[in-house]
Write a protein that binds this ligand. Structure first.
Ligand code: NAD
Length: 500
């Protein structure tokens, strides 16, 4: 039996005409089609935006006390359904259930941050800026805002966006990845159960056509996008051309520099965890280890020992540490880098095509953890964002050479340094052209009260996601100057209003 997944518009599942186009949703561990998802056309996009637009005035004017009460209830409901959501994510994405529960937990942190919105929306007030004149600022919502999200975090990345947007008083249309669309619909149901008014949160499924519908829609005031760099760049340009506020987070190639004085066991643990967790399908995954001489051989030895023990299998098998990739096409593309890497001069230290799979591998989209050594910046395995379980090792002679490698890479999402030298770590933190930096921490995803975002080709726009940058992105400031007349007011004055 395959599941039918449809849009969520105006507080309920969409019941309009049958979709002209649908996409197949897979169970990556068996390779079978587990569901069909409706793709939105013009009509469904218009319906979702119209529902969000109609809901906006009342939601904007709902008191902060009532808005936060809904957010607190949503927080409790998501928490209570954490395991169910994790299983749903795992069944369509392939990641292991514990990892999927982790993404729900990290998304919840943003909901918790958004529960503090009354404090975050406080403006400024200056009394008596001119004689008997007060000035103050207020933060107001934008209206209908859209979120377009990638397959790799079907719950967490949408939760980087909509809790803050909705808490600020906006209404939201989410276009999640068509590869694993079910979690977003479940979240919509939980919003409804939490008492969110109809139309405040809507979900439309689909591909480029649905995205274009949102980008071209006059009633969509802002767009948050997370996905690959070529699409992020095009979304940024198109949305900006249509007069929308836009933040577009793109792809990544995250380097982990290991200095000679580092604790190599800690570094090997970190490289393996951050390289192969979620099968490397994380925008903050470590995909390049930059080993500074002379640590290369010893570090590779320790990494290889650990990789040999990793258990790969279906996401719902509690023994599995790593699941399959999201689609067959993606698995094949990732696997193509192994032979290409060798042909271009890299050494295939661990070949993930030979990894045993727990249980019946079926026709699943499997590729085990792979290590490519002696990778150089000219090779495709280095240049491309592989987005799979392939850890490349680049060997360099010095800290300065490591910095040159990172500086020469177009991406700037995350990076890490492993060292026991505080001075070196501090210099790295200061010099590196990357938005999120870990010091002996391989996946430095900022807490909800900081903001998430990369530099260079990893982000187009000037706001990072969530945290205070999220609040600023989803609001605009109004400055008010007020005079309440008292009997001594000065009468008519055609001069420019100066302060005195
Ligand atoms: P993707 O760019 O293929 O798709 C992202 C979204 O854009 C999806 O909703 C998809 O339906 C839509 N889309 C795809 N093609 C489109 C087109 N031509 N026009 C308009 N919309 C289109 O990304 P993905 O494969 O789903 O996700 C993986 C990518 O996301 C990786 O590059 C990863 O690094 C990146 N990512 C980045 C971050 C970050 O914070 N920077 C976080 C997670 C994932």
């Amino acid at each position: 039996m395959t599941r039918h997944i449809t849009h969520w518009i105006d507080g309920k599942p969409h019941t309009g005409a049958p979709a002209e186009r649908q996409g197949e949703v897979y169970e990556p561990s068996s390779g079978r089609v587990s569901g069909r998802v409706d793709f939105a056309g013009r009509e469904e996009i218009d319906a979702a935006v119209a529902a969000a637009k109609a809901a906006f005035p009342a939601w904007r004017d709902t008191s902060l006390a009532r808005r936060t009460a809904v957010l607190f209830r949503f927080r409790e409901l998501v928490n209570a359904h954490r395991d169910e959501l994790a299983r749903l994510i795992s069944s369509e994405h392939g990641k292991v259930v514990s990892d999927a529960a982790g993404e729900v937990a990290r998304g919840l942190e943003v909901v918790e941050f958004a529960c503090g919105i009354p404090h975050l929306l406080k403006g400024g007030f200056s009394e008596n800026v001119s004689s008997r004149v007060d000035a103050y600022s207020i933060l107001q919502p934008l209206g209908v805002v859209a979120g377009i999200t990638p397959f790799n975090f079907p719950a967490m990345v949408p939760m980087w966006m909509f809790p803050v947007a909705i808490a600020c008083g906006n209404t939201f249309v989410l276009k999640p990845s068509e590869k694993d669309p079910s979690a977003s619909v479940r979240l919509a149901e939980l919003w409804a159960e939490a008492g969110l008014p109809e139309g405040v949160f809507n979900v439309v499924h689909g591909d480029k056509a649905a995205v274009d519908g949102l980008l071209h829609h006059d009633d969509v005031k802002a767009v948050s996008f997370v996905g690959s760099t070529p699409i992020a760049r095009s979304i940024y340009e198109t949305a900006a051309r249509h007069g929308k506020r836009v933040q577009a987070l793109g792809g990544a190639k995250n380097h982990m520099v290991v200095l000679p004085d580092a604790d190599l066991d800690l570094a090997a643990d970190a490289a393996v965890s951050a390289g192969f967790g979620s099968a490397g399908e994380r925008c903050m995954a470590i995909s390049v280890v930059v080993a500074v001489d002379p640590v290369g051989d010893e570090l590779i030895g320790k990494i290889t020992e650990r990789v040999a023990k990793l258990k790969v299998g279906p996401g719902d098998n509690p023994e599995s540490e790593m699941g399959p990739l999201v689609t067959r096409a993606h698995r094949d593309k990732v696997a193509s880098y192994l032979d290409a890497g060798v042909a271009q001069g890299a050494t295939l230290v661990v070949d993930g095509r030979k990894t045993p799979i727990l249980g019946d591998p079926g026709d699943g989209f499997w590729l085990g953890p792979t290590v490519l050594d002696h990778v150089t910046p000219e090779m495709d395995a280095y240049k491309d964002e592989i987005f799979g379980p392939v850890l490349s090792v680049v060997r360099v002679r010095s800290y300065d050479e490591a910095m040159e490698v990172i500086a020469g890479n177009p991406y700037g999402n995350g990076t890490a340094i492993f060292t026991n030298d505080g001075g070196a770590a501090r210099r790295f933190q200061n010099e590196v052209e990357v938005g999120m930096v870990g010091i002996n921490v391989p996946i430095p995803v900022p807490m909800a009260y900081y903001s998430f975002g990369g530099w260079k080709s990893s982000l187009f726009g000037d706001s990072h996601a969530y945290g205070m940058e999220g609040v600023h992105f989803y609001t605009r400031t109004k400055a008010v100057t007020a005079r309440w007349l008292d009997p001594s007011h000065g009468g008519v004055n055609l001069g420019f209003p100066t302060n005195g």
